[in-house]
Design a binder for this molecule. Structure first.
Ligand SMILES: [Zn+2]
Length: 82
């Protein structure tokens, strides 16, 4: 049974999902955004790409909502990603 890594393009939330019968997650379990992106297993580049996208997402969200707290939460998650 394959377990894939997914990343939300909206809030940069990352999670693993056990795919049964090809049923992949349709939206983010954290913010509900869709569609979800399945992450490729490329450890050499995933960090830079993920962080760049996460920071871009965080800036967009901060600008849209003006919530510093959300940004702090994102940084907390990123610091525990690797
Ligand atoms: Zn999300």
């Amino acid at each position: 049974m394959p377990i894939y890594e997914y990343a939300c393009p909206s809030c940069a939330h990352q999670f693993e999902f056990l795919v049964l019968r090809g049923q992949e997650p349709s939206d983010c379990p954290k913010c509900g955004a869709a569609p979800i992106e399945r992450r490729l297993s490329l450890p050499a580049i995933k960090s830079d790409v993920t962080h760049a996208k996460a920071m871009a997402a965080a800036k967009r969200r901060d600008a849209a909502q003006g919530k510093d707290r959300a940004h702090e939460q994102l940084k907390y998650e990123l610091s525990h990603d690797d």
